[in-house]
Design a protein around this ligand. Structure first.
Ligand code: ADP
Ligand code: MG
Length: 360
């Protein structure tokens, strides 16, 4: 139903979307998650042409949105959008907010639009507010009106951009309940959200956006239970992370160690875990030969309590724990006992050593 190919969007020198390529079928419910500033809103806005993409293509029901003769108002009508900030007309009643579009843009009679709008208000639980004004409603009610207004235009897909972010926590669930109801009715929807439980329960697929692309996608189980890529895992597991960069062999080992200790202290890691990490980092660095571009990353996973250490190097980093690396070093033996997993990886065009440190 929706297809994007190498969609990109730049603002001046800032590339927000680099290459978004995906296909979405009718009836799918896609949750889009990711850190702020990663282009989630921009992606939705491109899909209904509120933003003009800088390149690539978008097809909705095989219509090329970026073709010169595309009927933009019609596309906007087919791809309804619900914003964080409701955007209702304050001077119109709830009912008038709903009937305006169908009368003006779809050419419906006032009577027909009224009847349909009342049905939609019933659907979102607000029939009794038909003659109220937006100011008289709570945030949750306003957002439900905004959803009904969107439905009044008979969209084929609804794009939700953080529909509950502006709401008082007590009102989040009433809006999510309405979205859930639409999902059950088979509406195709893309929902940018920070409500992870909701995303997990409602979606057919989850997109994790980062680096200007759909960095990882999968079923809710795959993304929430077993994310594969580093940034997804960090996001899902609420990881505390520490990075250190070395660009010459005379780097300051003591300054680095002090930073690692500060990181451990800040995140309340037991002193023996901290000692262990210091040892692991030191032993790893001892074996390296190319110091021109080494990136160290420590990641502490709040949810599971385990630690990961990555050492990325321009050359091929040597794994102190690999078979073949001979050592009687007592330090290494100590490390070995607490490492759950150690492997060599090639990720993001870099050679990397990866260690998973036991959590206890
Ligand atoms: P998200 O919704 O994931 O938080 P956005 O799509 O809103 O991210 O924004 C992505 C990036 O694009 C941000 O760095 C933001 O500052 C920038 N951006 C968004 N809209 C504009 C604009 N109209 N002009 C310039 N930069 C923009
Ligand atoms: Mg946004």
């Amino acid at each position: 139903m929706i297809k994007t190919e190498q969609l990109c969007k730049r603002y001046g020198s800032l590339t927000v979307l680099k290459d978004v390529s995906t296909e979405i079928s009718k009836g799918e419910i896609i949750s889009i998650i990711g850190p702020s500033g990663t282009g989630k809103s921009t992606f939705l806005r491109c899909l209904n042409l509120l933003e003009k993409p800088s390149g690539g293509s978008i097809y909705i029901n095989n219509v090329d949105l970026l073709a010169k003769d595309t009927d933009v108002p019609k596309i906007r009508q087919k791809t309804g959008m619900v914003f964080q900030s409701f955007n209702l007309y304050a001077h119109l009643s709830v009912l008038e907010n709903l009937t305006l579009g169908p009368v003006k843009l779809l050419g419906k009679s006032k009577a027909e639009a009224n009847q349909k709008s009342l049905e939609l208000l019933k659907l979102v639980g607000l029939a009794e507010k038909a003659h109220s004004f937006p100011d008289e409603l709570s945030g949750g009610q306003k957002q439900r009106v905004a959803i009904a207004r969107c439905l009044a235009m008979e969209p084929e897909v609804i794009l939700f951009d953080e529909p509950t972010s502006a709401l008082d926590p007590t009102m989040v669930s009433e809006v999510l309940a309405v979205i859930r109801r639409l999902a059950k009715a088979g509406m195709t929807m893309l929902v940018v959200t920070h409500e992870m439980e909701f995303a997990r329960n409602i979606s057919t697929r989850v997109f994790y956006m980062d680096e200007g692309i759909i960095y990882e996608e999968g079923t809710p189980e795959q993304i929430f239970e077993n994310p594969q890529r580093e940034k997804t895992r960090a996001f899902i597991n609420r990881v505390r992370s520490f990075n250190y960069h070395i660009d010459n062999p005379n780097y300051d080992l003591y300054a680095m160690n002090a930073e690692i200790e500060a990181f451990c202290e800040k995140h309340l890691l037991p002193p023996r875990v901290c000692d262990h990490i210091l040892l692991l980092v030191e032993e790893t660095l001892l074996l390296q030969t190319d110091f021109s571009d080494i990136s160290l990353n420590l990641a502490y996973f709040e949810k599971t309590g385990h630690l990961e250490f990555r050492c990325e190097a321009a050359g091929e980093p040597v794994n102190p724990l690999a078979e073949g690396v001979q050592s009687d070093d007592i330090g290494l033996k100590l490390i070995q006992s607490r490492i759950e997993d150690s492997q060599y990886r090639y990720e993001n065009h870099k050679n990397m050593l990866f260690f998973k440190v036991k959590s206890e």
